[in-house]
Design a protein. Structure first.
Length: 272
C-alpha cells in the first residue's frame, strides 16, 4: 500500500472569534482531509516543534499572529531554514506580511480603501469627518480606533490610517489557488459576519482576480474582502492570505463539497 502524504493542520480550536466558531470549520475540513492524508492537528504555538515529521504544514484558523508573535516568527524562520512545505506558502505579500500592502497599493492606484502609514500623510487621503486608525500588525479589529481628524496626529506607532467609508455592504470572494470558488456578503454593515450567498458579476470577479494575480501565490486559500461604496464601486478592505476564515457554514452543501475537493487537490499539488 503506498504511503499517504502527511499533513500537520494548524488551528487554534479555542480562539474566541466574534460571530464565528473557528473550530467547527476545522472539524469539518479535517474530517474530509483525513480521507486523503495522514493528518494531525496542532496549536500554532506547537507547529515549529513537530512540523519536521510532516510533508506539509497547512495553516488554517490559527488566529491573529499578534497573539503569539514570537512563536510565529520562530515557525517562519525554521520553515524557511529547513525547506519545510507550508500551505499557504510563506511568500504571500498581503496580510501574511502585515498591512503595508494597503499603503503600497494605494500609491500604485489600485482600487483599495485609501490608506497611508503616518499622520503626516493625512493630506493624501480624501477629506473625512472620521478616520480609521489601526496597527499594521493587527488583525480581527485588534487595536482599531475611530478618531476625528484633529486626533489623528496624536497617534503613534506602526499604523494604518484610512478615511471611514460610508459603504453599502461588504462582500468576500474565496479562492483556491487562482480559481474562484464562491462569494458571500454582509448586507448589514453593522453585522460583518451575518453572511449570505452572493452572486458576483463578471466585473466583481475581475476586481477580485486582480488582487489574487497581484499576490502571485502558486497554491493556497485566499479571501478578498471588499466594500461596495455608495457610488457602486468596490474597494479592497483586505486580502487575507495567511489563515482566512472561510464561513463554509454559510454556503450550500454543493459549494462546501466543491470547495473541499478543490482544497484537497491543491494541497496534493503543492507536494509535487
Amino acid at each position: 500500500m503506498p504511503t499517504r502524504p502527511s499533513v500537520l493542520y494548524v488551528s487554534n480550536l479555542a480562539y474566541p472569534a466574534r460571530g464565528r466558531r473557528y473550530c467547527d470549520e476545522d472539524i469539518y475540513l479535517t474530517s474530509h482531509l483525513r480521507q486523503h492524508f495522514d493528518l494531525a492537528v496542532c496549536h500554532p504555538e506547537d507547529a515549529a516543534a513537530v512540523m519536521a515529521n510532516f510533508d506539509v504544514v497547512v495553516v488554517r484558523n490559527s488566529g491573529p499572529v499578534i497573539d503569539y508573535l514570537p512563536a510565529y516568527r520562530h515557525f517562519r524562520a525554521q520553515a524557511e531554514a529547513t525547506g519545510q512545505r507550508v500551505y499557504n506558502p510563506l511568500s504571500g505579500k498581503a496580510d501574511m506580511a502585515g498591512k503595508q500592502y494597503l499603503v503600497d497599493l494605494t500609491g500604485q492606484g489600485y482600487p483599495v480603501i485609501p490608506t497611508v502609514g503616518h499622520p503626516d500623510e493625512l493630506n493624501r487621503l480624501p477629506q473625512a469627518g472620521t478616520y480609521v486608525v489601526k496597527p499594521k500588525a493587527g488583525a480581527d479589529s485588534h487595536g482599531l480606533e475611530f478618531v476625528d481628524r484633529d486626533e489623528v496626529g496624536s497617534r503613534t506607532g506602526d499604523l494604518l490610517i484610512q478615511p471611514k467609508i460610508d459603504f453599502r455592504y461588504e462582500v468576500s470572494f474565496y479562492f483556491v489557488d487562482h480559481d474562484f470558488q464562491y462569494a458571500l456578503h454582509a448586507p448589514d454593515p453593522a453585522q460583518r459576519w451575518e453572511l449570505t450567498r452572493y452572486a458576483p458579476t463578471p466585473e466583481d470577479l475581475e476586481f477580485a482576480q486582480r488582487f489574487i494575480d497581484w499576490n502571485g501565490l502558486g497554491h493556497g486559500v485566499q479571501r478578498v474582502d471588499a466594500c461596495r461604496t455608495q457610488d457602486g464601486d468596490l474597494l479592497l478592505v483586505e486580502l487575507e492570505d495567511l489563515n482566512p476564515y472561510l464561513s463554509l457554514d454559510r454556503t450550500s452543501d454543493e459549494t462546501r463539497a466543491a470547495f473541499t475537493a478543490a482544497f484537497t487537490a491543491s494541497i496534493r499539488r503543492s507536494l509535487t
